[in-house]
Design a binder for this molecule. Sequence first.
Ligand code: 3PG
Length: 306
Amino acid sequence: MKVLVATEKPFAKVAIDGIKSVIEGAGFELALLEKYTEKKQLLDAVADADAIIIRSDIVDAEVLDAAKNLKIVVRAGAGYDNVDLAAATAKNVCVMNTPGQNANAVAELALGLMVYGVRNLYNGTSGTELMGKKLGIHAYGNVGRNVARVAKGFGMEIYAFDAFCPAEVIEKDGVKALSSVEELYSTCQFVSLHIPATAETKNSINYELLNKMPKGAMLINTARKEVINEPEVIKLMEDRADFRYMTDIMPAANAEFAEKFAGRYFSTPKKMGAQTAEANINAGIAAANQIVGFLKDGIEKFRVNK
Ligand code: 3PG
């Protein structure tokens, strides 16, 4: 059996070493396609793969068609909006993610972006502090929970809204559960996004919602760029000189944001929330173990296409 790691943005070497030992320890072969630049390279590499480990790499119908032996794709990470689930199901290919494995890394980056923002992008001028400020966590999954844990250490007052997570679960962590998304945005000066990109959430972070935020508002996005209505956020930031946007997912209109909102806008050059040795090891090795469990024993825990 051949397991391919296909990562345009590669794992840390130490994670590859761990993946290799799990895959080879199970008697399988490991192949690597890292830092590829053309889709053709991926199409060629998947031709004889029985399993693939990916990150944000696009696995669409064309890739699935090219992978004649494919049985399983594991997205080493949380969001699987980069995989065509319907096409995978049609080809009887199992798709899994590795929930929670990179959550702490993303949460630490979210807080890092907040500090960078309130300290005026470290430009030497007097900034503000996070202690005592209201933080809204938009969706209380693995990353949201970790953001709450880290933000507590900063002394923030923490609120969350999650349409699917019961209030009791949120409140057990000492976080105030709010009953609507509008309430979250009108209550909190800081909002950290942890929603997936789905048909319902795409473009949902818009002018009307963000304009509810109190003075000195900051939106932190370590989730997905698709959830942002970019033209409306640009309009809002034109209308509100107090509004700041810190993102780990470069918007399509990055140049316009950077030019118009210098000092209150920042984007990482490449999504780096999960780009730590620890997260790579956790997610990469979990993916390798899930593949071995599936191919050897048919274990389907963490399957996302039913
Ligand atoms: C995720 O969904 O797990 C994160 O967005 C990380 O994505 P990455 O593996 O491409 O860094």
